[in-house]
Design a protein around this ligand. Structure first.
Ligand code: MN
Length: 507
């Protein structure tokens, strides 16, 4: 199990109409199914069977217990027998944890030669799950419906995705995002309603004066910095000369390591899971300050799992943390990225994704190179260390959240990373991708949707992750994919405008 601190509860719906023997059989089947799910090796979170519910009081009690157990990150329901759905109303009104309705059946195939009326009284998922689905729809309960036999790896995979999203959701509910400095002045897309974000997506966004970070910076021990610098030289490729302690370049690497230790220490002390920086707010060099934006620190902290957004972009910082958390233990990696420059090349037209410095080495195609170069932006125009690499090739999904004033919109785009040409004069980490369905339609729809130049990319995530996330959070999602056309996409945006306006009025 990837997420050992968490559980997903499995609750079986039934009723007492068919007598005690039926309930015992329902219980035995449910136990066997939950054991099968756990033993499949396909699920990242342990499933805990919480028994059958046979009345309104039992449903309510089970759901209230789920709400109150911090280990429980979601509830799976399945109707073994017909379970009259009015008995679910009060419980569903109370349920605060993500819900997955599993439309499955104990037996895989119809036992043609032996099936009798006793069997029919016991095995009623075909109609029982429809009754349950009806009440969820009637009550506008957001949930995922997975259809498939419980032993089918494809059904298990869909549950696994939902579990990962539930884990990311649980992680976001106590996520603290620390902004060192404010947003980059005048930028619209990285701004937004932090109060609404906390209500809707769970995380809390705080400001931290850089002077407070500098108190940590002052206390970093030289020997700890020396040790971290040695780690850099062991972990990354670099030119031999860089290890010469008498050089200016070495000093810059040393400064970067000190910044990393200071940031990690303050994030740990505050219990923060994500942070942002701003190149215009770096402390006072005469007294205590950073000699340039802490790019190398941001790269490494991102790979470690801290959410990061540049220029005060707290929405990207929080979303990146969620991406990292949802993909824990998956092989290919994720990163914060920025649309940097365009390459018009017919069918291979693509967007170079990079940033001044801050790309996670988790997406690197090979061992990153530690380099020191001049960075002429922000209040400290100075030489600074960074990890340089190009990304792996292959398909992935990128996402962003924007604030539309009356709601948040999650914009998702399938992309394919292709091999770039060398960039000898641009020593930063980068990826080169073609957005689906092609550059013109993909970028056009992203712009029509109001998407940021910053996004959170992962090779491991599929669009289904984001569908589940949007369902749990209740925010709008638009997905630009191989079937997208500009015409249909514009219609979807218009329809959503009306839907969310009405939905808001109904809430
Ligand atoms: Mn940026």
């Amino acid at each position: 199990m990837i997420y050992n601190d968490f559980e997903v509860w499995f609750i079986t719906g039934a009723q007492l109409l068919y007598g005690g023997d039926a309930v015992i059989a329902v219980d035995a089947h449910s136990n066997e199914m939950v054991k099968g799910l756990n033993d499949s090796g396909n699920l990242p979170v342990k499933v805990i069977y919480k028994g059958t519910v046979n009345s309104s009081a039992e449903v309510t009690s089970a759901f209230l217990a789920a709400n109150n157990d911090p280990k429980c990150i979601g509830v799976i329901t399945w109707m073994h027998t017909f379970s009259p759905a009015k008995m679910w109303i009060h419980g569903l009104q109370q349920l605060r944890k993500p819900l997955l309705h599993f439309h499955t059946q104990y037996n895989k195939e119809i036992p043609w030669s032996t099936m009798d009326m006793d069997f029919m009284n016991l095995n009623q998922s075909a109609h029982g799950d429809r009754e349950f689905g009806h009440i969820c729809t009637r009550m506008r309960i957001r949930r995922k419906v997975v259809v498939g036999h419980w032993q089918d790896p494809q059904a298990q995979e869909r549950i696994a995705v939902w579990m990962r999203v539930c884990a990311g959701w649980a992680d976001a509910q106590d996520m603290l995002v620390i902004r060192f400095g404010d947003q980059m002045n005048n930028v619209a897309v990285t701004d937004g309603d932090k109060v609404e974000a906390e209500q809707r997506m769970g995380y809390h966004v705080d400001y931290c004066p850089v002077s407070e970070l500098m108190e940590y910076h002052k206390k970093v021990k030289n020997e700890d910095v020396d040790a971290l610098v040695s780690t850099y030289f062991a972990e990354y490729e670099c030119e031999k000369g860089l290890e010469d302690k008498s050089t200016e370049a070495y000093k810059k690497i040393w400064n970067s390591a000190k910044a990393e230790l200071a940031i990690r220490a303050i994030l740990k002390d505050k219990g923060a899971k994500a942070f942002t920086t701003n190149f215009d707010d770096l402390g006072d060099l005469e007294n205590e300050g950073l000699d340039q934006i802490p790019g190398l620190a941001s790269q490494r902290l991102m790979a470690e799992g801290y959410g990061f957004g540049a220029e005060g972009d707290w929405k990207s910082a929080a979303l990146y943390r969620t991406v990292w958390f949802m993909t824990k233990g998956m092989p290919e990696g994720s990163s914060f990225l920025e649309d940097y420059t365009l390459n018009f090349d017919g069918k291979k037209s693509a967007i170079l994704q990079a940033h001044m410095l801050e790309i996670s080495p988790a997406i690197a195609a090979s061992k990153p190179r530690l380099e020191v170069h001049f960075l002429g932006i922000g209040i400290r125009k100075s030489q600074t260390a960074r990890l340089v690499f190009t990304s792996k090739t292959g398909k992935g999904v990128t996402a962003t959240v924007i604030d539309l004033g009356n709601r948040f919109r999650l914009i998702v785009n399938d992309v394919e990373c292709i091999k770039p040409k060398p960039l000898p004069k641009l020593p930063v980490a980068s990826a080169l991708w073609i957005p689906a369905p092609n550059f013109e339609v993909g970028a056009g729809c992203w712009i029509l949707a109001g998407g940021t130049h910053h996004s959170c990319f992962s090779y491991d995530i599929t669009p289904e992750f984001w569908q589940d996330y949007a369902e749990i959070s209740g925010i709008e999602m638009v997905h630009i994919n191989e079937n997208t056309t500009v015409e249909e996409f514009k219609k979807e945006l218009r329809v959503n405008e009306v839907y969310y306006m009405l939905n808001k009025a109904l809430m």
